[in-house]
Design a protein around this ligand. Structure first.
Ligand SMILES: C[S@@+](CC[C@H](N)C(=O)[O-])C[C@H]1O[C@@H](n2cnc3c(N)ncnc32)[C@H](O)[C@@H]1O
Length: 295
């Protein structure tokens, strides 16, 4: 039996509503667009069209995944970030709109007086995942040379894939390893203009209480920031002075309530100046910027 797009959408919405999915109509529309390889305008214009059985079955399979809590982005393998299309799957965190605040701040810094005359800007992106941060910087600022580090081989494969899709591969170098350790060598000493990271920052015992899309489907390796969520910030803050050039910038995404902790950690070392916490649109802590103290 053939089924119309309208009926397929209505049935899909009912199913997702019973699973208390936050945006059932939008999710159903996007799943159907993905299966039919069309955009939403097409759906609106062809509500009474019927679709073939094979496509309907494919749609129902994907709907079932969404019903069980799998994030839409892992089903369609897409997430837009900074206006760019990123491939994503279960090996990487889905890039968040909040992280755009960090990228925009770095783009602004690179237009500032300490950077404007530089012909080349060396950036380390620690915990690159999909590559959202480093690759967007490379795409929007062609002076950037990005060194992307991740401990996950599978995440690095996705960074590579996205660097090819975004045509910035030639300016991106990949390192597999633990935080800054793959960069700590004589050649790279004091060579980075910017070190940026959105490290795992959720306290270990809070992960299971997050929404199912995150706790069950996103990689724990991308979430777990240790007992107090600050483990990786401590490591990066301690090791960065060896790698940052004069006036080098350290930039982090942080959790909504971690601003004061980060200020304290940075100040305690005596290695940084101009520590600034930037809030998101909900007025919550989101980004911390600090500059290496030359003294
Ligand atoms: C919160 S995700 C951020 C991903 C991406 N940068 C973004 O902003 O969407 C953290 C990333 O750090 C990586 N990671 C976890 N532990 C690490 C470690 N010890 N060394 C390097 N990378 C690590 C994870 O694999 C994950 O890709």
């Amino acid at each position: 039996m053939l089924i119309s797009i309208r009926d397929l959408i209505n049935e899909g919405v009912k199913k997702l509503e019973t699973a208390k999915i936050a945006s059932p109509l939008l999710d159903v529309q996007l799943l159907l667009c993905h299966v039919l390889e069309v955009d939403k305008v097409f759906l609106y214009c062809h509500m009474n069209d019927t679709i073939d059985l094979q496509k309907a079955e494919e749609f129902n399979k994907l709907l079932e995944k969404r019903y069980k809590g799998c994030p839409l982005q892992y089903i369609t393998n897409k997430q837009e970030f900074m206006g760019l299309d990123f491939y994503v799957d279960e090996n990487v965190l889905i890039p968040r709109p909040d992280t755009e605040i960090l990228v925009e701040k770095i783009l602004e810094i690179m237009k500032g007086e300490n950077f404007i005359k530089k012909r080349s800007i060396n950036i380390a992106d620690i915990g690159s995942g999909s590559g959202a941060i480093g690759l967007s910087l490379a795409k929007y600022e062609t002076r950037c040379k990005v060194h992307s580090v991740d401990i996950s081989e599978n995440a690095l494969k996705i960074t590579t894939r996205n660097s090819e899709n975004l045509e910035v591969k030639q300016r991106v170098k990949l390192y597999k390893g633990d935080m800054l350790s793959p960069l700590l060598n004589k050649e790279l000493e004091k060579s980075f203009d910017i070190i940026v990271s959105n490290p795992p920052y959720i306290p270990s015992d809070e992960i299971d209480s997050l929404q199912i899309e995150v706790s069950k489907y996103e990689p724990r390796l991308a979430l777990d920031g240790g007992l107090d969520g600050l483990e990786y910030y401590r490591e990066i803050i301690t090791a960065s002075p060896k790698l940052l050039a004069k006036n080098g910038v350290l930039a982090f995404e942080i959790g909504w309530n971690q601003g004061e902790d980060l200020k304290k950690l940075l100040k305690e070392t005596g290695e940084y100046k101009n520590v600034e916490v930037i809030k998101d649109l909900a007025n919550l802590d989101r980004v911390v910027i600090a500059v290496l103290n030359p003294d």
